[in-house]
Write a protein that binds this ligand. Structure first.
Ligand code: CP
Length: 308
């Protein structure tokens, strides 16, 4: 089976079958990662550039590890120390890198739509590693993989996405994916952090009461408050945000039910999640990070092997 797309620009462009193919391929790669020798020759002779115009810990390391586990050659680009800092355009930078016989581009950029722009101008396959406030497709895929691993199936699951929905590419990619896979999804957070697009165009329900949202869901996917993307205050203070929407052990204990806590990272400890929850028995946050490598191996493998 092959993916229906040449690039992975967003979950919006994928079919349900594409998502199922990536998740089932990732199961095989997760098995590879449990072996003493965690490496396969699948992408030998393929060269991949990791082009990061925005900070990252998990995604950048996860892609690089995935590439190395597939035996690809990898090169890493960050803005600091590059000629982008001297004003070189994105397209010039990428065309120069591709002229050195690079086959695929993994790209994070602070501008929404940057990978879509690039896809119109270069021949290489592009994987979006997060573009502005638009999409973070591999995060949604690894989140889906982690839910499927925990529950056996995504269809019918009740998922609450909680926090800064307005600035979150993780929220949008998760909503697209969960709706395509037949899960029920709601969002929860302050009204100023929930865009009307989510409710009006995508038909996602909103719950403003954190306890009711947690009572309803099987999975709480908790998002970081992205202060760096806020030009003006959208709620009174982090302390008040924590009082209204923060999740702590006392709140979870009051529910008298099992729940799965997810977070894409990085966590603002003491704001959206207290440490007794982030590090507690309901948290699968580090499983998500572990699964990210297998999921990204699957994405790179399928894109590299797709018939052109
Ligand atoms: N989840 C995520 O994208 O984390 P990084 O910003 O560290 O890559």
């Amino acid at each position: 089976m092959k993916l229906s797309t040449k690039h992975l620009l967003g979950i919006k462009d994928l079919t349900k079958e594409d998502i199922q193919l990536i998740l089932s391929t990732a199961i095989n790669f997760k098995e590879v990662l449990q072996r003493p020798v965690k490496k396969v020759p699948s992408l030998r002779d393929v060269t991949i550039v990791n082009l990061f115009y925005e900070n990252s810990t998990r995604t950048r390391i996860s892609f690089e590890l995935a590439e190395k586990r597939l035996s690809a050659d990898t090169i890493n680009f960050t803005v600091s120390g590059s000629s982008a800092a001297k004003g070189e355009t994105l397209l010039d930078t990428v065309n120069n890198i591709l002229s050195m016989k690079v086959d695929m581009v993994v790209m994070r950029h602070n501008a929404s739509g940057a990978p879509h722009f690039l896809a119109k101008h270069i021949p290489a396959a592009i994987v979006n590693a997060g573009d502005g406030i638009n999409e973070h497709p591999t995060q949604a895929l690894l989140d889906a993989y982690s839910m499927q691993e925990k529950f056996g199936n995504i269809e019918g699951l009740k998922v609450a996405i909680i926090g800064d929905i307005l600035h979150s590419r993780v929220a949008l990619s998760n909503i697209y994916l969960l709706q395509k896979m037949g899960a029920e999804v709601i969002v929860c957070g302050p009204p100023t952090l929930i865009p009307t697009y989510i409710t009006e165009a995508l038909g996602v329900k909103v719950e403003y009461n954190i306890k009711k949202a947690l009572q309803w869901c099987d999975v709480a996917n908790v998002l970081r408050i992205q202060l760096e993307r806020q030009n003006q205050p959208l709620f009174s203070s982090l302390r008040e945000y924590n009082l209204a929407f923060g999740i702590n052990k006392k709140l979870l204990d009051s529910l008298h039910k099992e729940i799965v806590i997810m977070h894409p990272g990085p966590i603002n400890r003491g704001v959206e999640l207290d440490s007794d929850v982030a590090d507690g028995p309901y948290s699968i946050i580090l499983n998500q990070v572990e699964n990210g490598v297998a999921v990204r191996m699957a994405v790179l493998y399928l894109l590299a092997n797709r018939e052109q």
